[in-house]
Design a protein around this ligand. Sequence first.
Ligand code: PRP
Ligand code: URA
Length: 223
Amino acid sequence: MDASFRTMENISVCEHPIALHNLSILRDKNTPSELFRNASRRLAEVLFFSATDNLPVIKTEIETPLTKTHTTIIDPNAKVIIAPILRAALLFSEIASNLLPDATVQHIGLYRCKQTLNPVWYYNKLPDKFKDIENTYVYILDPMLATGGSAIEAISLYVEKGIPQERIRFISLLSAPVGIEKVHTNYPNVKVITAWVDEYLNDHGYIVPGLGDAGDRIFNTLY
Ligand code: PRP
Ligand code: URA
């Protein structure tokens, strides 16, 4: 899996053929919602595999039907948090929860104001205090990293509650250079895992060439 990712300082860009193929489906303006959702799921799965390569593992011994053997499991002390930014990341969180069924899912309700492009809060399911900070691993999910405003708000929630940046990862299907720069200016040690970094943002804050409005295409709300 690692060979399919180009990793620079705290950013991994995917080069796996399955990811690139599905990103092309997402970009196509003629892709209907149902196919858009399925391609998003496939791409999210590839990205989430790579993003979770920092999870701690331990050696253990188990009995197969034939014999005892040494094997490796995710450290049961690890507290994994999946944090989807609503609403577009809901699909993403379904994939992540399937891969890590014991993870806690903390929804973050944010939307981007169409006029100012600033994030607006409407919900957050974080606890007041984290119990086991040294064993906590956070994966923030959002299909689009555009201006970076939503990402910064979500990351700050965890940093302010004491989670080290090194154990917070931000996963997006598609990113703009300015968004990545904003994340790393504010939080240089938060790793960004993305399928691709596009060229620029247009005057309305959309990523170009991009894929349009991810939430609207996923939920078929293009009115
Ligand atoms: C989109 C996207 C991100 C945000 C990215 O959400 O899913 O959350 O924009 O933009 P930014 O980097 O400039 O903050 P949107 O506000 O459209 O909400 P939705 O998911 O409910 O459609
Ligand atoms: N949000 C989206 O859904 N698409 C973009 O291009 C930028 C922000």
